[in-house]
Design a protein around this ligand. Structure first.
Ligand code: GDP
Length: 692
């Protein structure tokens, strides 16, 4: 048994997954021949099946790296295209169709491609062999073929017939050997005929004496010799074999035996000639085994060197740090969960309360602006500090029903705002935003798949809890829609908080005025514009035309800015008055609430927030903190297959490179171990031979 070849073929297929490196290419048998020389027939006779593309204009456009694997104990015969992942194909006509499609996929303009098709055929009836089928040489370029086709094919063949490969040069007996393109090509790279096997087909088409003289060729003597074959399935047997099924090997052998034994003088044992596909197969096995054995040392050296390079890279680039796709995912997930935990420690009731209060403060300011501050400002003022300017304005009368209704209306607008929905949205958005932030700060940032999985996990939980939470919150604040009791302490806190909110608002308004000032081109200019706009408002100046062309020497754009600034400075004046009011003794007591709607509404909003927070915490926040890590485990942990984890890890180029080095190193180590085994085998074989 040819153990060496088998082992080396195994090694080759491992090396192929490491990535093609020329230094590591193990010897193959390269099959060349001109079109119609019978090249396909020879290959099919060796395999025992028809599987190569046929048809008048079907030329092979890509090399086929054909690996034959002898499986002595198995029944089944099948082919595999490792690069395509189609699985085991037992129907050889399916293999033929696939090869045809792969050939046709090469664009016409490219003629031929040097990207090889890898095909492995496993069968108890094939020898362990590694063959490369190349496009057949063409003599004349067909009218529908590109002119450079001939040269391209020759160049492609030249690439493959280099040492240490064995050349199987196919020629037909009915064509003068001197004209054989295959032999001429082979002679160029192997002038002393050391690694060429001459195969002469169509022996049945020439007179036996002529046939014998061809096989005895002395013009180009080959150390490995010539073999005469008739690889064609005899016509009468073809009907017995459905296309693509059943072995054709025995029919061919029977036919060859019949032919050659009919001419014992020319082809018999005495003649010393090699004939028949069975002989050819044996020769191929022997030659490949010898060639493999001869290249053992150089291959082993090359692998050693590759391994050293991979080891060096692993050390220098990755500090010998082990990594697997699984460990990478697990570590990333742990780190992410850890960061989430940290986040939850700083995102509890106090934070939610603050967030909601800020949101409601804004709503209260909007309400105040709509219900109170749209009136002449001074009607909410305490005793006028400047009697001249303010004396003629009405004051909030605590007895007046008007002011009662105003405050009741404002309060009910606040309690009926849809607090449940609003509060739940605010908190859900905050959680989602923080999850997004955590993702972008984590290793998952560079993994689109994981990013999406995490975002969806968060959104899923939040969506599921949304309606029940918002209903619960809304239900619980219901009593405030009917009655609100205020304690003295609450009033005092509200007074302080409302003053703070107004101050913040005042700062914001003043900043806005400054921003307008800047766009207009200075304080002075803005003052001029404001004074013009103010006069126009009071009717002291007549604005003619107005509109797009502007007025009073100001452009319409400038006038608009002036109006904006005027509004803002009115608002600032008002806020200052109201701040003064809050500080006044009138606002110190809750009994004066009609004077001080800012304080009363602040107290109400604080009550709403406190109640909402209780339920948000239970219904949304705690639930999320509990469910989210579990959901992550499902989506990014247990739920993923090995392939998915691998794909995930490889999304990050740095991780991919790291994993590749490790894989390469491991495979090379495995290969080297196998190589050592093969070499031991060889050594003991040689010792046994020597002992004999
Ligand atoms: P390729 O173009 O080199 O692959 O050649 P094929 O294997 O397709 O063979 C070309 C033609 O020659 C086909 O019709 C085969 O049936 C025929 N052929 C191949 N070998 C023999 C042979 O030994 N004897 C005869 N008579 N015909 C053969």
């Amino acid at each position: 048994m040819m153990v060496l070849t088998k082992k080396m073929i195994e090694i080759r297929s491992i090396l192929q997954t490491v990535g093609q490196s020329n230094a590591l290419t193990l010897p193959s048998i390269v099959v060349i021949g001109s079109q119609s020389s019978g090249k396909s027939s020879v290959l099919e006779a060796i395999v025992g099946h028809e599987f190569l593309p046929k048809g008048s204009n079907m030329i092979t456009r890509r090399p086929i790296e054909l690996t034959l694997v002898n499986t002595p104990s198995a029944q089944a015969e099948y082919g595999e295209f490792p690069a395509l992942g189609l699985g085991k194909i037992t129907d050889f006509s399916h293999i033929q169709r696939t090869l045809t499609e792969l050939n046709l996929a090469v664009p016409e303009s490219e003629c031929v491609s040097d990207d090889p098709i890898q095909l492995t055929i496993s069968s108890p009836n094939v020898p362990d062999l590694s063959l490369i089928d190349l496009p057949g040489y063409i003599q004349v370029v067909g009218h529908d073929q590109p002119a450079e086709l001939k040269q391209k094919i020759a160049d492609l063949c030249d690439k493959y017939i280099q040492p240490p490969n064995v050349i199987l040069a196919i020629s037909a007996a009915d064509v003068d050997l001197a004209n054989s393109t295959a032999l001429r090509a082979s002679r160029r790279v192997d002038p002393r005929g050391e690694r060429t096997i001459g195969v002469v087909t169509k022996m049945d088409l020439v007179d036996p004496r002529r046939g014998a003289s061809i096989l005895n060729d002395r013009k180009y003597p080959l150390r490995l010799g010539y073999v005469g074959v008739i690889p064609r399935v005899p016509a009468q047997s073809t009907s017995l074999f459905k296309k693509g099924s059943g072995s054709i090997a025995s029919a061919i052998t029977r036919n060859e035996n019949a032919f050659f034994s009919a001419h014992p003088l020319e082809y018999g044992a005495e003649s010393g000639l090699s004939v028949g596909t069975t002989t050819l197969r044996k020769k191929l096995m022997q030659v490949l085994e010898q060639t493999m054995s001869a290249s053992l040392q150089s291959t082993s050296d090359a692998i050693h060197q590759e391994l050293e390079e991979a080891t060096y890279e692993f050390k220098v680039q990755y500090n010998d740090r082990p990594l697997s796709a699984e460990s990478y995912l697990a570590e990333s997930l742990d780190a992410f969960k850890h960061s989430f935990k940290e986040f939850t420690e700083n995102f509890g009731r106090p934070q939610v309360r603050e967030m909601l209060k800020e949101e409601l403060d804004q709503r209260v300011l909007d309400l105040l602006a709509a219900k109170y501050w749209n009136k002449p400002v001074t009607n909410l003022l305490p005793a006028p500090s400047d009697p001249d300017s303010l004396a003629d304005l009405p004051k909030a009368d605590p007895e007046s029903l008007y002011w009662h209704r105003k405050l009741d209306g404002s309060t009910s607008a606040l309690t009926k705002l849809g607090i449940g929905r609003l509060a739940t949205t605010v908190v859900a958005n905050a959680i989602q935003t923080n999850v997004d932030r955590l993702i972008s700060q984590s290793t998952f940032a560079s993994h689109p798949f994981a990013r999406q999985a995490i975002t969806e996990a968060a959104a899923g939980i939040l969506n599921e809890r949304f309606y029940s939470t918002s209903d619960q919150v809304e239900n619980c604040i219901k009593p405030y829609k009917f009655e609100i009791d205020v304690e003295d302490a609450e009033w005092a806190r509200g007074r302080e908080h409302a003053a703070g909110a107004l101050k913040n608002e005042l700062t914001a308004v003043e900043d806005a005025v400054k921003a307008v000032e800047k766009t207009v081109g200075g304080k002075r200019k803005l003052k001029d514009v404001i004074s013009f706009v103010d006069k126009a408002r009071k009717g002291e100046v007549i604005v003619e035309g107005g509109g797009a062309s502007g007025a009073g020497g100001f452009s319409s754009d400038l006038l608009q800015k002036g109006q904006e600034a005027l509004f803002l400075s009115d608002r600032a004046t008002l806020l200052k008055f109201r701040l003064q009011a809050l500080k006044s003794t009138q606002c110190a007591s809750k009994s004066n609430k009609y004077y001080c709607p800012e304080i009363f509404l602040d107290v109400v909003s604080t009550k709403l927030v406190s109640t909402a927070v209780l339920f948000l915490n239970v219904e949304l926040l705690s639930e999320f903190v509990y469910q989210f890590p579990r959901e992550l485990d499902v989506r990014l942990g247990r739920g993923l297959s090995h392939e998915e984890v691998e794909r995930f890890a490889r999304e990050d180029p740095r991780v991919r490179a790291h994993l590749d080095v490790i894989k390469r190193k491991e495979l090379l180590e495995l290969v080297l171990e196998k190589m050592e085994g093969v070499r031991d085998l060889e050594t003991s074989k040689r010792e046994r031979e020597r002992a004999r």
